[in-house]
Design a protein around this ligand. Structure first.
Ligand code: AVI
Length: 314
């Protein structure tokens, strides 16, 4: 099945289900990636600034906890994107003449090529091997390719976009690929004042709303659908008990939407669940490490204690 076919299958399966749902991994077409960039620039979207601060101000501590002087290793960054945060660590390692190869993984080839070009200019001494494809598939290839020690980065609270069972399954799959002395560094957004969380996903300018509605536009563009995007409204909810920050697109009318040959009925106020951005407690993070076959070593936080990069070893 090609990419378009699996997109169509996932969309139809989700919209025929009850309650209706769409997968947030489909947010990131070209428009979605540009809108996410605007989200990251919003002052209310604190996550990027917090993790950037950790990588900028605690680089030496990160490098020490990761035992980078121990032996040559491969630094595999899952979902690397523009590697804005990890670049602080890369610069530090190059400066310290650490023996390592950087292996960025990304589903989007142009993003990966842009990153490689930038790294070649900014850090000419750095050895880079890009992996274009799905995270776990590329991790498998990278671990099969060499026996060198591996350090896996999974930043940006991307783990938060998975339901708990999915997040556990993902971390377990990573741990099964790793061996003694290998490590994983994973970014978690922490539970905090519920208003702070909600404001990060419910901006008045409507950028997050546009980001979510872009998924319907993408379905129109790529799957020959006729969503009237003005007849759907973004709704965000945060549950401070379980840490689930969920976004929905709510139908503003009784309406029918055609996707290719299929017809999907909506009743007024019916929601489509589109994304979870889960917030964790520090205890849950350590528990998750253990349940997934890792041993937690450290949690490095920003100055507000809003975000942590957790470091686990096998
Ligand atoms: C990519 N991911 C970690 C973002 C988040 O915070 O869940 C996606 C996002 N959705 C709305 N705003 C940002």
């Amino acid at each position: 099945m090609d990419k378009l076919e699996s997109f169509q299958e996932d969309v139809l399966q989700g919209l025929k289900d009850y309650p209706k749902r769409l997968q947030s991994k489909y947010f990131y077409d070209e428009n979605g990636a540009a809108l996410f960039q605007r989200i990251m620039d919003m002052p209310a979207y604190y996550l990027t600034a917090c993790e950037l601060e950790i990588f900028r101000d605690k680089t030496t501590e990160l490098a020490e906890v990761l035992h980078v002087q121990q032996e040559p290793f491969d630094l595999i960054e899952l979902g690397a994107g523009d590697a804005m945060k990890s670049s602080f660590l890369l610069e530090h390692l190059v400066r310290e003449q650490v023996d390592f190869t950087y292996m960025p993984v990304d589903i989007c080839e142009p993003v990966l090529l842009t990153l490689c070009d930038r790294l070649q200019q900014d850090l000419p001494g750095l050895e880079v091997i890009p992996w274009h494809g799905e995270n776990l598939e590329m991790l498998r290839k990278a671990t099969e390719q060499s026996d060198r020690r591996k350090i896996v980065l999974f930043l940006g609270s991307n783990i938060g976009n998975m339901e708990l069972d999915e997040a556990h399954g993902f971390c377990r799959s990573v741990s099964r690929r790793l061996k003694a002395d290998d490590m994983m560094l994973i970014g978690f957004d922490l539970q905090k004042n519920p208003h702070t969380v909600l404001e990060a996903y419910n901006d008045k300018e409507g950028i997050t709303g546009a980001f979510n509605l872009n998924l319907l536009e993408r379905i129109n563009r790529e799957l020959h659908a006729d969503f009237n995007t003005t007849a759907f409204q973004h709704y965000q909810a945060y549950d401070p008990i379980d840490g689930g920050c969920r976004s929905y697109l709510v139908s503003l009318a009784d309406q029918k939407v055609h996707i290719g040959e299929e017809c999907i009925p909506f009743v007024i106020n019916e929601p489509i669940a589109v994304e979870i951005s889960r917030k964790y407690t520090t205890t849950e993070i350590d528990r998750m490490a253990i349940e997934c076959g890792f041993a937690p070593i450290a949690q490095i936080a920003d100055s507000k204690n809003w975000f942590v990069d957790a470091i686990w070893h096998i």
